[in-house]
Design a protein around this ligand. Structure first.
Ligand code: KE4
Length: 430
């Protein structure tokens, strides 16, 4: 049994002054029935908690740590930037460099605005789509999560789903009415919504690969179908690539599947571990954003020099090594194959969905292609598996409805250790 005395004491202190003792709900370990571990440090593929326990980390800060923790180049960039101050509230060359490298790597993004989180990015992108089209409704997909903006907490995934509040209290009925939802991968449902609301739909926002009901890939033709529907109806297609951007391919899901959105939202990886979000896309749309145009959006710390330095260094490393994504794919495929071997050997029917270095093992024998499929998972069994893996030094996302992530620091040896631990954990919970 992991010794967690210090984490337990810290959690008690935290709960006295922070709601639920955490600054983001899914970290509370509620669905896995244990005290969250308070982290002391992290390096490469590993994290250490305050009680000195060491784990292979498959959360990676929920996506940003594609190069592993404490990457030397990124730490150096942050230290360099910090030497000349931490925030000016004025433009710097660093934010221009990050904007230029993003627009070079993702050609659908002709212009980009920096914000401080993925939520800010998606909120701003939807406001922009409404301003550009003069329409009010949006379509999202059940089980997708686009941050905690009011328009998105309708049948939302991630922590909202994990904690059973996919339709959060506090969202005004008028706002909720502006959000139409459809099952993921269901093009017919999207067509029906467009037919029912002609001229009213400003945008379709989608996770081009879902991470927030666990990993769910797009069905063949789904993204292309959304592109065609949006073009036909004059709606803005928004790819929420906060998680998939620079993750599933250097150019994100839009490069992997060859479908070009009108707007893209980004976050996580582009901050190199510091708080950054961004939204960008077609120049004719982005030029509506203040002060170029009338759509207002602002932020004290937008373009923060430390975050820009970290993000720029991250994207330079990712775009500078042609073999990086190939090796990441090899190790992720090795892990998937090892997990599938375990399931075969134990005669277990569970489902593994993987796209690049993001994956989920679902405790169900049903295909998982949408929220209904994901919800057939046995979350009690997942919880026992999570704890059995944690006891063996493997730190998975503490929810059946989250994607796990490999980094370039997850070596073959670490993958093999993970497969061995998974065989024991599966045998223990079957
Ligand atoms: P943030 O506001 O958390 O930076 O980004 C919101 C967001 C938007 N879009 C997608 C596709 C996302 O995955 C996220 C945030 N992801 C979750 C993890 N599934 C953040 C973890 C958390 O809430 O603590």
């Amino acid at each position: 049994m992991i010794r967690s005395t210090k984490s337990t004491k810290l959690f008690l202190r935290a709960q006295a002054v922070i709601p639920g003792g955490v600054n983001s709900p899914v970290r509370a370990f509620k669905s896995v029935g244990r005290t969250p571990l308070f982290i002391r440090k992290a390096s490469a593929a590993y994290i250490w908690d305050r009680d000195g326990n060491k784990f292979v980390d498959y959360v990676g800060s929920w996506g940003p740590m594609i190069l592993g923790h404490a990457n030397p180049g990124i730490l150096r960039a942050i230290r360099e930037a910090a030497r000349t101050g931490t925030s000016f509230g004025a433009p710097t060359e660093l934010e221009v460099r990050l904007a230029e490298i993003i627009t070079r790597i993702m050609p659908s993004i002709e212009m980009v605005r920096m914000v401080n989180s993925g939520t800010e990015a998606t909120m701003s992108a939807v406001r922009l789509a409404r301003a550009f089209t003069g329409r009010e409704k949006i379509i999202k997909f059940e089980g997708c999560y686009h941050g905690h903006g009011d328009s998105f907490l309708i049948k939302a995934g991630s922590g909202a789903m994990t904690l059973g509040v996919p339709d959060s209290p506090g969202v005004p009925a008028g706002v909720a009415a502006g959000t139409l939802s459809a099952p993921y991968n269901d093009l017919a449902a999207v067509r029906a919504l467009f037919a029912k609301h002609p001229g009213e739909i400003a945008a379709v926002i989608v996770e081009p690969v879902v991470g927030n009901m666990g990993c769910v890939p797009p069905a063949d033709g789904f993204l292309r179908g959304l592109r065609d529907e949006c073009t036909a109806h004059g709606a803005v297609l928004i790819f929420d690539e906060v998680m998939t951007g620079f993750r599933v391919a250097l150019g994100g899901a839009q490069q992997l599947y060859g479908v070009q959105p009108d707007l893209t939202t980004l976050g996580k990886i582009i901050g190199g571990g510091l708080p950054v979000g961004a939204y960008g896309g077609r120049r004719d749309i982005m030029e509506r954003v203040a002060p170029a145009g009338p759509m207002y959006q602002a932020g004290t710390l937008s373009g923060n020099p430390l975050a820009m330095a970290a993000g720029y260094q991250m994207l330079r490393i990712l775009s500078g090594n042609k073999l990086l994504y190939k090796r990441l794919e090899q190790h992720a495929a090795l892990l998937e194959e090892g997990l599938r071997d375990n399931l075969r050997r134990l005669g277990l029917p569970y489902v593994i969905n993987r796209v690049g270095s993001m994956f989920t093992l679902f405790f169900t024998d049903r295909p998982v292609a949408d929220l209904a499929g994901a919800k057939t998972s046995d979350t009690a069994k997942f919880s026992r598996y999570f704890n059995a893996m944690l006891e063996q030094g493997i730190y998975l996302p503490p929810s059946q409805f989250e994607a796990a992530f490999l980094s370039t620091a997850h070596s073959e040896r670490i993958v093999e250790k993970t497969v061995r631990a998974s065989a024991k954990a599966l045998a223990a919970v079957r």
